[in-house]
Design a binder for this molecule. Structure first.
Ligand code: SAH
Ligand code: SF4
Length: 377
């Protein structure tokens, strides 16, 4: 075990059986190695992303999610354009340099409407914008990118095709991969990730997920334990463990040393110190909630969501204090990935502040990254 860990710290390569071994038996030494690699490649700064949950209306029916369209036991809402722009402005005033616009797959928000919102946010505030709105066409993603969106989060959820099919009625694994490919081609920073602890999900399947992240050259990886929601078909399942999700995250850091990895809110739901532990086991990003009022409670993807009664201002202060308490600092930049090899030129670079351009093109001194291989997608 220690041999595998020592070797991956410099090679950043693991075979599937080695990953399975680490998932089975890895412990403190795995988390410590991921923390060291994090420090070496992305440093001690933590990037904050303000999460705006702008609609809980969803056309999909993912069996694990409280927002699924068959859940009639939920008060649906959708924020207005003005409300969304206002939340983004407030987030900027609290010091956030990225806002994440997340929602169910709510087709009321056409690409054109979202593009207007993105443009207004960008005019008012110097922030990077991440979208997390699910599957759309290449053309729609293109409109959103042209409007100024910088990043996109779309978890693959699981690479086990049979499991994927059983969890996602009327959805298609190949289309999800198509989305990730389109997003990369359009120049987004692409985030993906998986759920951990789904019934029927083997350690081998989790190892495949991790290898998939590396294969496609993802820029961000969000790993979350599955938390059963009573108003879904999986409400009686056991759910994922904090430990296993932490291991998947730590191994991902060892294999992809220069990417951004959030300490996810779902981890904090399972462990009161979950995010700090994750930040000390490979993570370098936190996504505090910037949604206001009752909407937080209504955006119930899973139960037990933290801070549902808090305000965005409180969350901002609270997280900074926590981050400082472990000797880390909050970054003041937009926190783009700093790839080990210079990125190919992206058309949107001209719109960015010079600091961000420099941040984007400075190669770090060590290591070598293969980059993504889309032929296998
Ligand atoms: N609709 C968009 C974004 C919102 S859902 C999308 O699906 O991409 C964001 C993430 O919440 C999903 O990717 C999924 O991994 C996670 N999620 C959904 N239900 C969950 C549950 N019960 N426990 C933990 N995470 C869950
Ligand atoms: Fe909708 Fe996303 Fe939930 Fe699936 S995971 S039901 S797409 S909000």
């Amino acid at each position: 075990m220690q041999d595998i860990i020592n070797s991956v710290k410099t090679t950043h390569e693991l075979s599937k059986p080695e990953i399975v071994e680490l998932l089975k038996n890895g412990g403190d030494e795995l988390f410590k190695a991921a923390d060291e690699v994090r420090k070496q490649y992305v440093g001690d700064e933590v990037h904050l992303r303000a999460l705006i949950e702008f609609s809980n209306i969803c056309r999909c029916n993912c069996k694990y999610c409280g927002l699924r369209c068959d859940n009639k036991n939920i008060e649906r809402y959708r924020l207005s354009k003005e409300e969304i722009v206002d939340l983004a402005k407030k987030a900027y005033s609290y010091g956030y340099r990225t806002v994440v616009m997340q929602s169910g797959e709510d087709m009321y928000f056409t690409a054109e409407l979202l593009a207007e919102i993105i443009k207004e946010i960008k005019l008012a505030s110097d922030v990077a914008i991440t979208l997390s709105i699910g599957e759309r066409s290449f053309e729609e993603y293109k409109i959103l990118k042209s409007a100024g969106a910088d990043r996109f989060l779309l978890r693959i959820e699981t690479t086990d095709k049979d499991l994927y099919k059983s969890l996602h009625p009327n959805m298609d694994f190949e289309n999800r991969k198509r989305c990730l490919r389109d997003l990369k081609e359009l120049g987004y920073e692409v985030g993906t990730g998986c759920l951990v602890g789904l019934k029927g999900q083997s350690l081998e399947a989790l190892a495949d997920d991790i290898l998939f992240f590396k294969e496609i050259g993802a820029d961000m990886i969000g790993i979350g334990p599955f938390i059963p929601h009573k108003n879904t078909p999986l409400g009686q399942d056991e759910g994922g463990s904090f430990e296993l999700a932490l291991k998947v995250m730590a191994i991902t850091r060892l294999l992809m040393p220069d990417i951004n990895i959030p300490a996810t809110t779902a981890m904090e739901t399972l462990n009161p110190n979950g995010r700090l532990i994750a930040l000390q086991s490979g993570a370098n990003v936190v996504m505090p909630n910037a949604t206001e009022g009752d909407y937080r409670r209504k955006y119930e993807i899973y139960p037990g969501k933290i801070c549902i009664n808090d305000s965005p201002a409180k969350c901002r202060n609270c997280i900074e204090r926590k981050i400082n308490s472990i000797g880390r600092t909050v970054s003041t930049s937009k926190g783009f990935r700093r790839p080990l090899t210079p990125p190919t030129f992206r058309g949107d670079v001209a719109d960015k502040k010079i600091e961000d351009v420099i941040e984007n093109i400075l190669p770090l001194p060590t290591g070598e990254d293969k980059g993504g291989n889309y032929e296998n997608l």
